[in-house]
Design a protein around this ligand. Structure first.
Ligand code: MG
Length: 246
């Protein structure tokens, strides 16, 4: 259940009262309770997030929270990034999905410690889950921690994990206008990575329009345009990561 988007129990409550003559009264009550619970959940999350941030800072670890829609290429970008940094920068990965450890399997054997979190019913990672995972996944000498959030452009943005900053991904098959449709993510991300650029021509995807939408929600936004598949644009991305830890 996500208290940010209101999916889960709050909606179920509504459905159980359908047809009830007094359901408006019940809905108002449920809404008040949901808002109060949401504030409590976010406050608890923030406490864990602050502790995580302090834990990471003590060890000099830069933590990046990767957020995007499912299928935009977070895991492939991480695969290629870990391969390139193997033996040069010690990395760790926490990867979140509702179910399966498929991403952890894809990311294994590339020189980084990888831990999969299965969120089951939840549409985002939270700081409590990260707190439990940090000591195991961040071995001595770790410089970069990648947190691959659950594929979702809305809810993960609301939950501070204690990361250094967020990076938003947007793949060309998703269209040019996601930044203005989901502005919270694209306004709060420190960096925006446009992925699957190798498909842009075939999709007649409009790069200037996408750049304009990005700038509209975050003037001066720092963006990369790359294809993890072909390697185009990867050098600039990797240079950026190297500079982060210097
Ligand atoms: Mg993935």
């Amino acid at each position: 259940m996500c208290l940010t988007c209101g999916c889960g129990e709050a909606n179920e409550h509504h459905h159980t009262h359908e047809g009830d003559a007094h359901h408006h009264h019940h809905d108002d009550h449920a809404h008040t309770k949901t808002v109060t619970l949401e504030q409590k959940v976010l406050a608890e999350n923030d406490t864990y997030a602050q502790n995580n941030r302090a834990w990471l800072a003590e060890r000099g670890i830069v933590a990046i929270n990767l957020i995007s829609a499912p299928g935009s290429g977070k895991t492939l970008l991480l695969e290629k990034t870990l391969e390139a940094l193997n033996g040069k920068i010690k990395c760790a990965v926490i990867t979140g999905d509702q179910q399966t450890d498929r991403d952890a399997q894809r990311l294994a054997g590339k020189g980084a410690k990888v831990h999969q979190i299965e969120t089951i019913s939840s549409c985002h990672l939270d700081a409590h889950q990260i707190a439990h995972t940090l000591p195991e996944v961040c071995e001595d000498g770790t410089k970069l921690l990648f947190i691959e959030n659950v594929g979702n452009m809305v809810c993960p943005t609301a939950f501070d994990l204690g990361e250094s900053f967020k990076i938003a991904l947007l793949s060309t098959p998703e269209g040019e206008d996601k930044p203005i449709k989901y502005p919270v993510l694209f306004a709060t991300a420190k960096t925006i990575v446009l992925t699957k650029m190798d498909l842009a021509a075939a999709l007649e995807w409009d790069l200037p329009a996408c750049r304009q939408y990005v700038q509209q929600v975050q003037p001066g936004a720092y963006t990369f345009e790359l294809s993890a598949k072909t390697g185009a644009g990867m050098d600039a991305w990797l240079d950026y990561l190297k500079r982060l830890i210097q």
